[in-house]
Design a protein around this ligand. Structure first.
Ligand SMILES: [Zn+2]
Length: 498
């Protein structure tokens, strides 16, 4: 390609605190009656005074730590002035030159993406448009919002999607946000430009033209409502810019909106001049002075994060990286998987505590979790939290296979029933009479009967057509409703056929 693709993302994460950022209003406003969660502070009425929500500050610091940021000992809130109907005060309380977190990074698919800064601000109200009117809902106004600004280190639309997904995964692991793009608790804006190789460099998060200041303008894209649309919008925009350059037309610095239905970006406003927000320190909120000991306390509250978990599963359980990524997709799934591993190790030793498990057994659990469990979860769209089967129950089911009480095929049938009812495997096997038949006399009868009923395949085997044997085994399995012990069937069949 004749150009380098330069992408930077701004990710907004709504924090899941009980109350809003600067007032006592509840922050759980999803589907609430419009303007029912408001007060003089979040409506921006004159004379109302903000008080910072400590929990939001803690969560903001946690996000910073999880993104490998440096936390600043001195931080403050500032007023960012601009006019828009959803911002009744005429300014937004945000952070300008002393944000909570700076200079972080995130590893995405092997490359390190810099995080310039991460700051806390208040969300704005929401405009709702119909055919004739524009309505304002201030429920969202004042909800704590974390903005994570990346360095222009992202080089492809796919990498942009992965980066945003990773931020979602991390804040969910931290339990500080639902980070749901459809509900708007995770919002992503992208900046993209195409630069000639060798003519640009990055300094302090800004792309600089190094040869005669020759730099192509960047375009900001908004309105991307899913991870897929991030990738699609950027792909479209890169192609659009490329075509303009090919035709030697001028590209202007502007903000464009992604139109999902049409699969295109359209111009929203020109950005030739950087707006002057007249930032100044928020006079109603004192600046923050953090001791390092406070940061240490917050650090201890951070759970094991996805990358650490993947690493541990790789080393302790000998899972492949790809496999570890699948079972650590969410913290809940990782806990479920590990719960099953530990329970399985315990069933084996009947009551002893977990210390070691063979890697082939972990692999078996992995296969069941990534196969039977996740398949059903995706098919039926049930969240893991509502799944009736417990990790210990899966372990018990696998133990029944180990002991030869049921076959793997029957186990799948049993699992389906467990998923539906939440009953123990043992109970289902007993009630449905699914126990494996390992009684030699009973099996020999079945084998003889199948041989008598199928003279043609028997004759085929005699002349060396081995496929015919598979057919006979299938018939025996059918006759025993799949419950025959396969090893034993094979042995008896060999004997009977001579
Ligand atoms: Zn309020």
């Amino acid at each position: 390609m004749k150009y380098d693709v330069i992408i930077g993302l701004e990710v907004h994460v709504q924090l899941k605190t009980k109350s809003k950022m600067f007032c006592r209003c509840s922050a759980s406003v999803w589907k609430a009656q419009p303007n029912s969660h408001t007060c003089p502070v979040c409506l921006g009425l004159p004379g109302a005074l903000p008080v910072a929500n400590e929990e939001a500050v803690r969560e903001a610091l946690k996000i910073g730590l999880a993104l490998n940021c440096q936390l600043l000992n001195r931080a403050k809130f500032d007023r960012k002035h601009y006019f828009y109907p959803d911002l009744s005060k005429g300014y937004q309380i945000s952070q300008y030159d002393l944000p909570f977190c700076v200079n972080g990074w995130l590893e995405v698919d092997g490359s390190r993406i810099g995080v310039t800064r991460s700051h806390l601000e208040e969300d704005t109200g929401k405009l709702v448009h119909d055919d004739k009117n524009s309505l304002i809902d201030f429920n969202r106004s004042g909800i704590p919002l974390m903005e994570v600004v990346s360095e222009p280190d992202i080089r492809s639309p796919q990498e942009a999607r992965l980066y945003a997904q990773k931020i979602q995964q991390i804040v969910r692991y931290l339990g500080v946000s639902d980070a749901d793009m459809e509900r708007g608790s995770l919002r992503v804006d992208a900046n993209v430009s195409l630069q000639k190789p060798g003519k640009w460099k990055v300094e302090d998060g800004k792309v600089l033209g190094v040869v005669n200041n020759e730099l192509n303008p960047k375009v900001e894209i908004k309105n991307m409502n899913s991870f897929r649309s991030i990738e699609r919008a950027l792909t479209y925009e890169i192609e659009r810019q490329l075509q303009l350059f090919e035709k030697e037309e001028k590209l202007s610095q502007e903000t464009r909106g992604w139109v999902e239905a049409k699969g295109i970006t359209v111009k929203q406003r020109s950005k030739e001049f950087a707006p002057d927000y007249r930032y100044f320190p928020e006079p109603d909120l004192p600046p923050f002075v953090f001791k390092n000991s406070y940061f240490e306390v917050i650090k201890k509250e951070i759970p094991e994060l996805p990358d650490q978990k993947i690493n541990r599963f790789y080393h302790d359980y000998a899972l492949e990286i790809k496999e570890a990524e699948i079972v650590t997709a969410t913290k809940e799934l990782a806990d479920w998987f590990e719960g099953a591993v530990k329970a399985y190790a315990q069933t084996e030793k009947e009551g002893t505590t977990y210390d070691h498990i063979d890697s082939w057994k972990v692999k078996l659990i992995y296969n069941w979790v990534s196969g039977e469990l996740l398949r059903r979860i995706n098919e039926l769209q049930v969240p893991l939290g509502e799944v009736k089967v417990t990790p210990a129950q899966l372990a018990e089911l696998l133990y029944l296979i180990d002991k030869g009480e049921i076959s793997s095929t029957i186990a799948k049938e049993v699992f389906a029933e467990m998923f539906k009812t939440g009953l123990d495997a043992k109970k289902i096997v007993e009630e449905k009479g699914l126990k494996q038949v390992s009684d030699e006399i009973q099996l020999r009868e079945a084998v003889r009967e199948v041989i008598n009923l199928n003279p043609k395949p028997v004759a085929d085997i005699a002349v060396g057509k081995k496929e015919a044997k598979g057919f006979l085994i299938g018939q025996i399995m059918k006759m025993t409703s799949g419950r025959a012990n396969p090893g034993l069937v094979n042995k008896i069949l060999e004997e009977e056929l001579g």
